[in-house]
Design a protein around this ligand. Sequence first.
Ligand code: MG
Length: 164
Amino acid sequence: MNNMQGLRCGLGYDVHALVEGRKLILGGVDIPHTKGLLGHSDADVLAHAISDALLGAARAGDIGKLFPDTDPAYAGADSLKLLEAVAAHVRALGFEILDVDSVVAAQAPKLSPHRDQMRENLAAAMGISVENVGVKATTTERLGFEGREEGISATATCLLCRCR
Ligand code: MG
């Protein structure tokens, strides 16, 4: 890499409420659970946090601006498709996606069995290697809204480069 000045870091954070009668979709994986995340789209909190990290690094707003939750076009939307669109958008602005890391805070269910599938789905949506996508999971020791199983949060970072 010959242009370190083209490097940008991004940070994304998202929360969705856990409710009965919804699917739990994380990183594009439909995870069996008694509750799911509430939202206008499929409420994939991990895909949303990563999308915002990418947009943050590109200084291109956030997903609320790109895909308003008042727009019926995004009702029930597959958030991997939104992430794919975000990746295309940041590329169109001249950025290459170098690396992404993330952490999901959920008291339950256990997410580690799904980690590799999430990484594969997210990497494919962004058009990058699975080696460049990190997904971690943590409980919050029963503290806070995640610990009370009222919701799930996700935080993501990314590194972009405008090398052209
Ligand atoms: Mg969201």
